[in-house]
Write a protein that binds this ligand. Structure first.
Ligand SMILES: [Zn+2]
Length: 431
């Protein structure tokens, strides 16, 4: 894990150093010379302290206050209409709720880390628009540095023109290069180690992260709750020592859905467990308890379909252009493997429910299925567990409670052990 993180940091640095180092060096120099401000911040990331929108449905301006000038790249994406601004890693210290309400051409915006060394701001647009101007103003006259984006209304034809093939390499500027490297980086240094290790690999996948908060309620973000849960589960399994645990993320970084399954496949994982926490919109009443999901082409009910759609939107939330993601090739071999894998996934789901119901309040229909993209590794048994509803008061109390977490993690570890012990016994002679 550490090596993967290092690789990604290195990669991020390699991509961004041209932009980052000049001012990082000069600010460090300045701090060393005069030391007027808290010097700790000097080596740290730029801080964004305020963001605002101005204008109307014809022209809308976005302004971000930062404590130092940054380089950036802005691109537009269609279906849905979005503008994505990539910057070097920024420490966003914006007031809670910033970006939730839009103005003019901007429906809403969000921001956060998409990879170590790289942050992103994603604007959801009310319709097609073009970036008329984008620039950074240096700090002057007591004003902080500002990143400014000026959007102008456009028609769809003009918008699509701006997405012409020759413009496409500009998409996902810092991420584009980093993306394919993510998966190989996770395996290359670990394959040898894995061979020597020989223990079955369990991949734990805390949902969302970075720019994608997941569901939110009462100031709690799904991404933080499920990371805490995932790390506790990792610790529990590692303590027992029977399995090697790989996390898809162990910090607040966004990981695209495809990369999550790639990590599982590259490690030849014996099991993939994705951890989420659901929320119901207030208008749709209250629901509570944990639910275990497996992959299916046909959703088991409308609720499962709604949830799969919501979880599958993660890449769009982070601004990735889904049209660019290669789709899995369907062939007979994959199909056969997948069928077997689904049988194992369902077996694990039932086992997990059996263990969890003794310690965790379960949803009234705790076993469901739908087309979750993150469960699509054809050769790795995979389940997605919604450990509760952040929109339910009682569930939320559980989700933030360490006692509850430890009991729930205990049950999950028990189920994982039960499942893998049986699998190793039956598959034992084949390797
Ligand atoms: Zn989720």
């Amino acid at each position: 894990m550490a090596s993967r993180t290092n690789q990604r940091v290195l990669l991020g640095c390699a991509l961004l150093c041209a932009a980052v180092l000049p001012w990082a060096d000069s600010s460090r120099l300045r701090a060393a010379e005069s030391q007027p401000q808290p010097a700790v911040a000097a080596a740290n990331f730029p801080i964004a302290s305020a963001a605002r929108l101005a204008g109307d449905g014809k022209q809308t301006r976005f302004i971000l206050d930062i404590n130092q000038a940054v380089t950036f790249r802005a691109v537009t994406l269609a279906d849905p209409y979005r503008v994505v601004v990539d910057v070097p890693q920024v420490n966003f210290q914006l007031p809670a709720g910033t970006g939730a309400a839009g103005r003019g051409l901007v429906k809403a915006f969000r921001y956060g880390l998409v990879m170590p060394g790289g942050s992103r701001i994603v604007f959801d647009l009310t319709g097609p628009a073009k970036i008329a101007k984008s620039y950074v103003v240096e700090a002057a006259n007591g004003q902080p540095a500002r990143l400014v984006l000026e959007l102008e209304e456009a028609d769809r034809a003009a918008f699509v023109q701006a997405l012409a093939p020759e413009n496409r390499p500009e998409l996902r500027p810092t991420i584009a290069e980093a993306q394919p490297a993510t998966a190989p980086a996770t395996t290359a240094p670990e394959t040898a180690q894995q061979k020597a290790d020989g223990r079955p690999v369990v991949v734990i996948d805390p949902g969302h992260g970075g720019i994608d908060n997941g569901t939110q309620s009462s100031g709690e973000s799904e991404k933080n709750l499920v990371l805490a849960f995932g790390l506790a589960l990792r610790d529990k399994l590692e303590k027992a020592g029977k399995y090697r645990v790989v996390m898809t993320r162990d910090d607040d970084t966004f990981i695209p859905l495809n990369d999550r399954t790639k990590i599982a496949r590259n490690h030849k994982a014996a099991l993939f467990v994705s951890i989420h926490a659901d929320a119901l919109p207030r208008a749709e009443g209250d629901a509570q308890g944990a639910t275990i999901y497996t992959l299916s082409d046909k959703a088991s009910d409308a609720e499962a379909q709604r949830l799969a759609d919501a979880e599958n939107r993660a890449d769009a939330i982070a601004g990735f252009n889904l049209a660019e993601e290669p789709t899995d090739v369907a062939d007979i071999l994959i199909d056969l493997t997948q069928r077997e894998t689904r049988t194992f996934s369902n077996r694990f789901a039932r086992l997990l429910m059996g263990e969890m119901k003794s310690t965790v309040r379960m949803h009234k229909h705790p076993l469901k299925s739908a087309g979750f993209r993150v469960l699509k590794a054809p050769d790795v048994p995979s389940v997605l567990v919604e450990i509760g509803y952040v929109s339910n008061k009682g569930d939320l109390e559980h989700l933030v409670s360490e006692g509850w977490r430890s009991r729930a993690v205990g049950s999950m570890a028990q189920a994982i052990d039960g499942f893998l012990t049986k699998r190793m016994a039956t598959a034992g002679s084949s390797n």
